[in-house]
Design a protein around this ligand. Structure first.
Ligand code: DGY
Length: 426
């Protein structure tokens, strides 16, 4: 891409970020997602920082201002009222000063804060804001291992698919069979007013999302009880990799800022996590796969969550195998990286996390591959992401076969990632 085109594309991405900026937080897109989402915000901050560092720090500060007393950082903060989204605060009923959901999301904040800090032009501001965030992010990491790893295995479980961010991944299909639907209160979905129902999760999946929500609500959102009480407990390699990477990055940052205890605690979490990740490796698939903690077995599903461990410091041989597997998958898709193996009969090129390409995942995989020395594959992934933008605009996700834009449009984190990809080249 010539530099004029790069500047133009960045300007268009900044326009998307500004459109969705609510002053102290950014909504993912108008209509479909009218509140603040946890991992969306943390990754969005990276894009914001390219033109307004103070605003980028505020994005993460706002999220952490709504951290729960036990350390959890909720997946949605309902800052303002809107009837455009289901399930809203009247369904979650978490009794927080500002309404929030009652579950969490991938812990990408530690990574994002370190990256903001390392690149900061205003170092005084960066030290001040990072120092204030350190103990909060540390508390969130501690919360994960205390509440989602009750046997001290080194890996945490998600108890609701929405926590993974990969809501309807094929990874959850078997475990979801165990989630009942009796007693689900009548509801009206709002997402399918804003997006094509064929690109969204099904009604059967929504019934189970809501059953779990009601179940946890019935337990008073007491995190000490939810894990064991959930019929859905899945150890997702992607979710754990993000947490492990964030723990390692937080440890480095804490060391720089002279916070020894936080540094040591997070270093230990990251090291234990990387060692434990080995248990999720599948030779048959050439990637990591999920572990269903309730059933006590690995899940036979080759999704993009199993590539994400390259974002953490996994062994070189595993990173090389993942690069080779992506190469193989690239032969079955026009655009990479599809969220599920196109060779699997359950693959669906248009349905959310059952096949489409997502730029945030591409960003994390490319980052990890480059760090592991696989810069050619990292560049292919980056180029594929930029081709999608050029051809289909700033969509929520894309069909890996046709490149068609899917889901919400003018999407914040897609725009943020494009800025990251392009600035990284400049
Ligand atoms: C949704 O509502 O689609 C979200 O992904 C849940 O966080």
């Amino acid at each position: 891409m010539i530099s004029l085109a790069i500047d133009e594309t960045i300007a268009r991405a900044v326009e998307v970020l500004r459109e969705n900026d609510q002053g102290t937080y950014t909504i993912p897109t108008k209509g479909l997602y009218p509140f603040q989402w946890n991992w969306d915000s943390c990754l969005t901050a990276l894009g914001l920082a390219h033109y307004d560092e103070a605003r980028a720090w505020t994005e993460i500060d706002t999220l952490f201002a709504h951290q729960w007393p036990d350390g959890m950082v909720p997946h949605i903060v309902f800052h303002v009222w809107s009837d455009g989204y289901f399930p809203g605060p009247e369904v979650w009923r978490t009794n927080r000063p500002t309404a929030t959901s009652g579950i969490t999301q991938p812990a990408v904040a530690g990574f994002a804060v370190r990256r903001l800090f390392d690149r900061a032009k205003d170092k005084t501001l960066a030290v001040e804001r990072a120092r204030a965030l350190l103990p909060k992010i540390d508390a969130w990491h501690r919360w994960f291992y205390e509440n989602r790893d009750p046997n001290g295995e080194g890996l945490v479980a998600i108890i609701h698919p929405w926590e993974s961010g990969r809501d309807n991944s094929i990874d959850w299909d078997d475990a979801f069979e165990r989630v009942p639907t009796e007693g689900v209160e009548p509801y009206t979905r709002r997402d399918i007013l804003h997006a094509d129902p064929a690109h969204r999760p099904t009604k059967a999946q929504y019934d189970r999302y809501i059953w779990l929500l009601q179940h946890f609500r019935g337990l008073g959102w007491d995190n000490a009880r939810l894990h064991d009480a959930s019929p859905f407990q899945v150890v997702d390699p992607g979710f754990n990799a993000i947490l492990i990477r964030s723990a390692a990055d937080l440890a480095d940052l804490a060391e720089t800022l002279g916070e020894k205890d936080i540094a040591n605690a997070n270093r230990a979490r990251a090291e234990k996590g990387v060692a434990a990740m080995e248990r999720l490796w599948s030779d048959a698939h050439g990637q990591y796969i999920c572990f269903d903690r309730v059933a006590g077995k690995l899940v036979d599903s080759a999704s993009v969550g199993g590539f994400l461990p390259v974002f953490a410091a996994i062994p070189e041989s595993r990173a090389a195998a993942i690069a080779a597997t992506i190469e193989r998958i690239a032969g079955k898709a026009h655009y990479i990286v599809p969220s599920h193996d196109p060779g699997d009969a359950r693959f669906d090129a248009k349905r959310y996390w059952r096949g489409p390409v997502w730029l945030v995942v591409n960003y994390m995989i490319a980052d990890g591959l480059a760090a592991a020395g696989h810069s050619q594959m990292a560049q292919r992934i980056t180029q594929s992401s930029l081709d999608l933008i050029a051809e289909s605009g700033f969509a929520e996700y894309y069909d890996p076969l046709s490149g068609e834009p899917l889901g919400g449009s003018r999407f914040t984190w897609t725009a943020a990632m494009v800025i990251e990809f392009l600035k990284g080249r400049g």
